[in-house]
Design a protein. Structure first.
Length: 725
């Protein structure tokens, strides 16, 4: 910290805690340096350095230090002297270097050529901070000689020192350094030293650096010869050179292509980024994509994978899809990642690259992974959403390959309730699935099944049979409603209709539809249930030793395990036997479910009109079921007028036996399906035409004739010209 009133604040090269209680004077320090013991000199020099760092001025101490401490060969004093020369003020008031410092150059030169490698290296670090030409001129040749030293520590510090000199004064003071650097690079084994030496050579003599690089690339294993650190440096220099002068690309691009064969992940990533930044040629883009693919297959770090996927998205936006299509199978591997964010990005890229040639591979991969992700609703919802988007582009292959497996795996999934502690929106986000954002996957599958029956009518039989088989296990009210509607509309054949009616009849249960109460069980069953059953016991004897050491006989009673089974409780068994559909009718105040169920039963029965006996038999069951549905006793259930009118119209259609009304009743669903098919067809046509429209240049919105006057709003008069005149 500068003294009050100082003209200029002095720089602080390093920080040392000043723990000196009573600061010595200049005379005391001078006496210690001249007559003190070695330990006392070391302590005094440490105190002097701390005081100088604390902005205390000792202008007359440089000469005693030169006389008594600089000639010392003690390593401790030499280390402290390096700190002293760094901390002491080196300039006079007129800006010239102090004479005392010039006198120390001879000793610094001796340290630069010292037999101890550590002293050489530390002295070169000091010289790198003394950027004053009068001081450097007598020392520079000694630093250059250290470039060829046998120890890598010395060579590394020599190159760093020379780099500082070059940045401060340019190459005019370096002399024959480029030749020595070229020889050094051919024999250097330390990667860090090699990197710094090449960087210095590239700035000093670019032609020599390129000659060394071309010779190195001709070796049998050029990548091992150059090393990872030097490769990264070369890539950075090439990118800067090419961006500064585009005519240099032809000279340097071959180097990047060679480095693209490296096994280092960092080198591969830099090569790919450099190729994309410097060239738009298809060959360069393909090499960049190959580098990214190597990283994608080798790396398991989420951040690396996300970075690569972001690069792929950029290429897709730049209309490079054709270069990525051949690597679609490798990109599909990201869809098995445990990270939800990676899966979302991967699916977006896969859907963007999908076409008629590779759609079968994508469908096969998704079908294999459906069962693996069944336990996670977030992943399951992602697959269903991807299939929905995929089906809009390629309905036939996608829905034929995935619709039935989706029903088998996901139609019975239940929605997981979000924990209370996860409802805070300010909580940090994670890439893993979060229960608070999970959706009803089964409902999404049901909606996709509706759409698939419109897009691919030939799936009608297979989907209807699967829904009939799996609907009894579905517990979600909205899903059950959708499935019943699909079954009622698309169970066309006689056998399928009978299966659907039998399934619905079994799930509705015994009529009337009333809640199960204790009174429904007979009194005899209640008595049996309330009576405790006495467990039969058997006795056995056992000889034991008493505390006083005598023997005695002990009688043990054991319950008969075969006879202690609890009696079956009819009420509990009956409650467990209530189907999901009956439970929903009794507990949910959903009149829409009741109306859909009644209409579905009616349509299924009407499809049996060709078989009069079977038709009459099922009409009776359906009429009784609809009447029971209308009279469901539920506390919070009051059927709305539309649903009640719909059920009454179903009863009327079945009871009056008018063929025209029955045909009209059946044709309502077909008309709705026809309208839905037209809408989906129009949406798909717009989706197909959208990429083509994006590729064309937009036409100007306003067209003007060649002789029309152009009006510039900024040049118009704010008042009329007559008023100005």
């Amino acid at each position: 910290m500068a003294k009050p009133g100082a003209d200029k604040e002095q720089p602080c090269p390093f920080i040392i805690a000043n723990d000196i209680e009573s600061a010595p004077t200049s005379q005391e320090l001078q006496i210690t340096f001249s007559k003190g013991k070695l330990e006392e000199k070391v302590t005094a020099l440490q105190q002097l350095i701390k005081l100088i760092i604390s902005d205390e001025s000792f202008p007359r101490m440089m000469m005693p230090v030169l006389q008594h401490l600089v000639p010392s060969d003690d390593h401790e004093i030499k280390k402290l002297m390096l700190l002293y020369w760094e901390a002491v003020d080196k300039l006079k008031s007129d800006g010239s270097v102090k004479d005392e410092l010039m006198l120390s150059c001879n000793n610094l030169r001796k340290d630069l050529l010292h037999a101890n490698e550590f002293i050489r290296g530390k002295t070169m670090r000091l010289v790198a901070k003394l950027m004053y030409r009068p001081i450097l001129e007598p020392l520079l040749q000694a630093v250059i000689e250290n470039v060829t030293h046998r120890h890598c520590y010395v060579r590394r510090n020599a190159v760093a020192c020379l780099m500082s000199v070059f940045l401060a004064f340019g190459g005019e003071m370096l002399g024959d350094l480029p030749a020595k650097l070229e020889v050094m690079l051919q024999n250097e084994t330390d990667l860090s030293t090699k990197r710094n030496a090449f960087l210095l050579l590239f700035h000093c003599a670019q032609d020599r650096a390129l000659d060394y690089l071309s010779n190195a690339l001709k070796n049998e294993d050029p990548l091992a010869e150059i090393g990872d650190l030097l490769q990264l440096l070369i890539i950075e220099l090439v990118r800067k050179a090419c961006l500064a002068d585009s005519s240099e690309k032809a000279k340097y691009m071959g180097i990047i292509y060679t480095f693209a064969q490296s096994k280092s992940s960092a080198v591969l990533l830099e090569c790919a980024n450099t190729l994309i930044a410097l060239s738009k040629a298809p060959s360069a883009i393909r090499v960049a994509i190959q580098c990214h693919m190597k990283l994608l297959n080798a790396q398991h770090e989420n951040n690396v994978i996300l970075t690569i996927l972001n690069k792929f998205e950029e290429l897709i936006r730049e209309k490079r899809k054709q270069d990525l299509e051949e690597h679609l199978l490798d990109i599909l591997g990201t869809l098995s990642s445990p990270s939800l964010e990676i899966r979302k990005k991967g699916l977006d890229i896969v859907l963007a690259l999908a076409n008629e040639r590779n759609v079968e591979h994508v469908v096969e991969y998704i079908r294999k992974n459906l069962r693996k992700d069944k336990s996670s609703q977030a992943f399951a919802s992602l697959w269903v959403a991807a299939t929905t988007r995929f089906a809009e582009m390629f309905p036939q292959p996608v829905l034929k390959g995935l619709m039935v497996p989706l029903i088998e795996e996901y139609i019975t999934l239940e929605t997981v309730a979000a924990p209370k502690d996860q409802e805070d929106k300010s909580a940090p986000t994670s890439s893993e699935p979060d229960a608070s954002v999970q959706e009803n996957v089964a409902y999404e599958v049901a909606q996709l099944a509706k759409k698939s029956l419109t897009l691919v009518p030939e799936l009608e039989g297979a989907i209807a049979e699967k829904l009939i088989a799996y609907m009894p296990d579905v517990k979600e009210c909205a899903v059950v409603t959708s499935l019943i509607w699909i079954i009622g509309e698309h169970s066309k054949g006689k056998e399928v209709a009978v299966k659907a009616l039998e399934m619905l009849k079994e799930n509705i249960g015994a009529l009337p539809i009333v809640p199960l109460v204790k009174g429904n069980v007979s009194k005899e069953e209640q008595k049996k249930e309330e009576q405790p059953t006495a467990a039969k016991t058997k006795k056995r004897t056992k000889t034991v030793i008493l505390p006083d050491g005598t023997y005695a006989t002990q009688v043990i009673e054991e319950a008969d395990s075969k006879k202690t089974e609890e009696p079956k409780k009819p009420a509990v068994e009956a409650a467990a036997a209530v189907s999901n559909l009956r439970n929903l009718l009794l507990t949910k105040d959903d009149s829409f479910l009741a109306a859909v169920l009644g209409v579905a039963l009616t349509k299924l029965a009407l499809r049996l009109r060709d078989d009069t006996k079977l038709y009459n038999e099922w009409v009776v069951h359906v009429l009784l079921a609809i009447c029971a549905i209308i009279k469901i006793p539920c506390k919070n259930f009051e059927m709305d007028a539309d649903s009640r009118a719909r059920l009454i119209s179903a009863i009327k259609v079945l009871s009056e036996h008018k063929a025209e009304e029955q045909d009209l009743f059946l044709s309502c669903g077909e008309a709705l399906a026809s309208e839905a098919a037209k809408k989906l067809s129009a949406e798909r046509t717009a989706l197909i035409q959208k990429p083509a429209a994006e590729g064309r240049d937009e036409e100007p919105k306003f067209k003007a004739g060649a002789e029309e006057i152009i009006s510039f709003r900024q040049l118009k008069y704010k008042v009329s010209p007559q008023k100005i005149l």
